[in-house]
Design a protein around this ligand. Structure first.
Ligand SMILES: [Zn+2]
Length: 86
């Protein structure tokens, strides 16, 4: 399910790393029915999956949590700040 080449790719577009879902073009309509272009963004969440950080849509997160809960690992701890010398 976690294709390593897809993780390495990490394209600039904000899209899901698993299903490649990205934003859609839409229009907001005023009362006079004038359309203004806008974007409908995908609900993307950063998660640490199998040791690497991934952007996943909430649909994929839900599926993964049900099928492969062992892939979810805690984020690696940051280096502790060096102790101050007196
Ligand atoms: Zn997805």
């Amino acid at each position: 399910m976690c294709d390593p080449c897809m993780v390495a790719k990490k394209s600039m577009a904000r899209q899901c790393h698993l299903c490649q879902r990205s934003s859609l073009k839409a229009k907001s309509r005023s009362h006079s029915n004038i359309g203004t272009n806008r974007r409908q963004k995908v609900n993307l969440q950063k998660r640490w999956i199998d040791g690497s950080q991934m952007l996943l849509c909430t649909n994929c997160l839900k599926t993964l949590k049900g099928k492969r809960p062992e892939l979810f690992v805690a984020a690696p701890k940051k280096k502790a700040a060096p102790a101050k010398k007196k």
